[in-house]
Structure formats: structure tokens, C-alpha cells
Design a protein. Sequence first.
Length: 305
Amino acid sequence: MKELLNNIIESNRRYTKQGELAAYIPELTKANKDALGVCVTTLDGQEFCAGDCETKFTIQSISKVISLIIALMDNGKEKVFSKVGVEPTSEAFNSITNLETKNLHRPLNPMINAGAIAIVSLIEGENSECVFNKILDFTKKMTGNENLHIDENIYRSEKSTGDRNRSLAYFMKSTGVITKDIDEVLDAYFRQCSIEVTCRDISRIGAVLANDGVIPWNGEKLVPKEIARIVKAIMTTCGMYDESGEFAVNIGLPAKSGVGGGVMAAVPSKLGIGVVGPALDDKGNSSAGIKVLEDLSKKLNLSIF
Ligand code: DON
């Protein structure tokens, strides 16, 4: 496995040149554009890493999976999906158009920014600090990493430039999707996106989902099986935004990307996979990271289809 991963990383390094760093969050332009790393976690707890697997990056939209799990555990699926739909989008992850034209009362899905912000508003907690601490604690459990913390510079950078997210949130308040204070909701959202991780951490998140919500390394039942199933279904149809169809055809795995360059994948009953490659394609997904997942899926015959 280790040798396979080394080969896949080296043969796909050239694809880092085909992407760009996310510049709409200024601090993200300080990332190493050439980095490429992978980690695989098996369900019997083994881990294999290759390339720049120690590279730290912010979890960004991969955190949307965690807040969706918590919102479902807090509220149940009827309430959550009465506020946020489960349909894929053909628009960009931060698009505003569908909010007004598709369905005034439900953002399309929990993986796009609008849906994810609405999901954070559903997490029970007195204020943004309580909600964020719940998300951080859950992320620590899913990664088995007690030391996780936010990257303060990226949090501040995103908070001070996040006007697109503010507009999505205020629009949703006007239509009744969000009922809480917008600044509080967005503060928790910006913080969850700024949690610093490595590809080992996100690989472990994938492994918990692959294992139907049971933590492989200690046997704890963290996520109800039904919620793990729902989340993997939504990752499959919506996790790579308007590239989800192509990703399903070429790779065939439930996955979630983030503009920090991470991609997390769950191979049901087999593996968790985490990749990092901060250079992004025009859909906001890691360009070389997707190539690594494609090779891995083909070589190990991982596609669920
Ligand atoms: O809200 C944002 O725009 C970012 N914090 C997260 C977006 C993101 O990661 C999209 N993923 N590829």
C-alpha cells in the first residue's frame, strides 16, 4: 500500500501546476501550491501516508459534513430536511442565484455554502461559542486528534472578507430559513471552516463514515448508522459541488472537498481517504487531489458503482 501511494503521489504531482490557490480568502494564498499528500485509514486501524502528508491546511467545506451530522443528531432528519434540501447543484458552491429562483424556503443541499450556513443555525447551543465548541469536540472525536484548533489568521481573514456568505445568510433570514442571529451563526461557520487539519485527520473522518459511524480505533458508536448513511449519500451527489457527477463517474466514492485543498473520501466498509493539494480547479476542488483519488480508486477497485 505504501509503495502504491508513493507512486500515485509522484505521478500526479504535475497536476498541482494546473490549479490555483483560493484567493477569495486572502490568507489561503499563503498555502504551498505544490504540496500533494495522501493518507489512507483502514477499518482495522492501520494508516498509510505518502507525499506531503504532514502539510497543515484548513478543513474548510469538509467541516460541512461534521455540522450536518450534529444537526441531524440534534434535530432529526424531518426537521433538518424541511429547512435544507438534498438536491445537487449545477451552480458554484457560493452561488446565490438558486436561493431565489429554485426554492425560497430551502437551500438546495447542505454541502453548498447556503445550505451549510443554514445547517449550522440548526445546531443546538446558546451562542456561537457553544455551537463551535460542539463542532470542534465532534471533529476531535472523529479524527482521534485532541489537539485540533483553529488557524486564527484564516478565521480572521475569512470573517473580514466573507460578504458573500453574509449575503446568503441574510437572504435566508429574510425567507425564514434561518431564525437565529446572523452574526452568531456566521461566526460558528467561519470558525468551523478554519479548523487546521492534516490529511491523516480527514482520512480518519472518512474511516468513521466508512465504518457506519463506529470509530475504527476504539469501537465507539459515534454517529448513528442511519445518519452515516444519509451523509454518505449527500456526499456522493453533492460533495464535490457542480463536479459531483464527473467525480461519481471517474472515482465513484462519497467525498467532500474544501478550498484549503483537502478532499475526504469514505469507501464503505473498507477505508477512509484524505488527500491534500491546495491548488484548486475552477470548481474549487483540489486538482491534483482528484487525480490521486482517481488513480487510487482504479488501482484498488474502490468505486461503489
Ligand atoms: O465559506 C467558504 O467559502 C469557505 N469557508 C468554504 C468553501 C469551500 O471550502 C468550498 N470547497 N471546495
